[in-house]
Design a protein around this ligand. Structure first.
Ligand SMILES: [Mg+2]
Length: 264
C-alpha cells in the first residue's frame, strides 16, 4: 500500500474526472478526498467555462469535496482575466453559456447583443448555439472583433458518450473567417496553469490529474510537472501509447492510483 506523501498539491480536472456531465465519478471523488485527508492541497482547473466558479464550488461541496472557490480556476475566468489585464474594459460577444457570461461580467466586461459592435468574440462551449449565433460571431469578426477561445477541446465526455467541444465551435468560426484566435486561454496553455498554481499555498511538488492527453497531460509535460491520466473520461491506454505527451502515471481512477504503490 502507498504510504509516503510525495506531492503537496494536486491540480485536478473536473469533466471526465469528477463528473461525466452530471454523474459523479465516485472512484475519483473518494480518491481526491483521501488525498485531502493526507494533507495534500486539492485544487481544480477546468477548460469548461459553462459553469461559473460559485456554482462549481456548490456542486463539488455537494458531493463531499471540501473546496473553497478560490481554489478553482476555469477557462471562463481566464478569458475574463486576459481581457481585463490586457485591454481593461471591452465589449464582448459570447458564444458560450451562463457561467462564461457571469465570469466576464464579474470583471466589468460588457456583453453585447446580436446587433451591437464587439471588440472581442469569446468562444466557449455552448450547448444551445445555432446557425444564426455562429453567423453573428463571424460577422463581428469580419467587422474587426478579435477572437478569444476558452479552450480547443475537441470533445467532452457527457453521460451519454462524447459530445463536441468548444474547440469544434471555434474551428467553425476560424474556418469561416480565415482568422485565428488572438489567444486560447485554456489548458494546455501555460498561463492558465500559472493562474491555478498561484492559488496554491504549497507548490513545490504539484501533480496534475486529468482524463485528456492533449490538454491535461500536455499541460503537465510541457511545464515539467508530474501527471496522472485517469481512464474515466476521454483518453484511453492506446491513445496514451500513441501520444507524444506521456503521463507519468496511468490508472483506471484515483483510488486505484493510491492503492497502486504510487508514492503519494
Ligand atoms: Mg476532462
Amino acid at each position: 500500500m502507498a504510504t509516503e506523501i510525495k506531492y503537496d498539491a494536486v491540480i485536478s480536472d473536473i469533466d471526465g474526472v469528477v463528473y461525466k456531465e452530471d454523474v459523479p465519478i465516485w472512484e475519483n471523488i473518494e480518491g481526491l478526498k483521501l488525498l485531502q485527508s493526507r494533507g495534500v492541497e486539492i485544487s481544480f482547473l477546468t477548460n469548461n467555462a459553462s459553469t461559473d466558479k460559485e456554482e462549481l464550488t456548490k456542486r463539488l461541496t455537494g458531493i463531499g469535496i471540501n473546496i473553497d472557490e478560490s481554489k478553482i480556476t476555469t477557462s471562463g475566468e481566464a478569458a475574463a482575466y486576459y481581457i481585463e489585464k490586457n485591454y481593461g474594459k471591452a465589449k464582448v460577444y459570447v458564444i458560450g453559456e451562463r457561467g462564461l457570461i457571469k465570469e466576464l461580467r464579474k470583471r466589468g466586461i460588457e456583453i453585447v447583443s446580436d446587433d451591437e459592435i464587439a471588440d472581442f468574440v469569446v468562444i466557449g462551449l455552448d450547448r444551445s448555439v445555432n446557425y444564426e449565433k455562429l453567423s453573428n460571431a463571424v460577422k463581428k469578426i469580419m467587422e474587426g472583433a478579435k477572437i478569444i477561445v476558452t479552450n480547443m477541446d475537441r470533445l467532452w465526455p457527457s453521460s451519454k458518450g462524447f459530445k463536441i467541444g468548444a474547440g469544434a465551435l471555434a474551428k467553425a468560426i476560424t474556418y469561416s473567417t480565415g482568422k485565428e484566435p488572438e489567444v486560447v486561454v485554456g489548458k494546455p496553455e501555460k498561463w492558465i496553469l500559472n493562474l491555478a498554481i498561484n492559488k496554491l499555498r504549497k507548490r513545490n511538488y504539484v501533480l496534475i490529474i486529468g482524463d485528456q492527453l492533449e490538454t491535461d497531460i500536455a499541460l503537465g509535460v510541457r511545464n515539467g510537472l508530474d501527471t496522472l491520466l485517469v481512464l474515466t473520461g476521454i483518453s484511453n491506454v492506446e491513445d496514451a501509447s500513441k501520444s507524444i505527451y506521456k503521463p507519468k502515471y496511468i490508472n483506471r481512477n484515483i483510488l486505484e492510483f493510491l492503492g497502486s504503490g504510487a508514492r503519494i
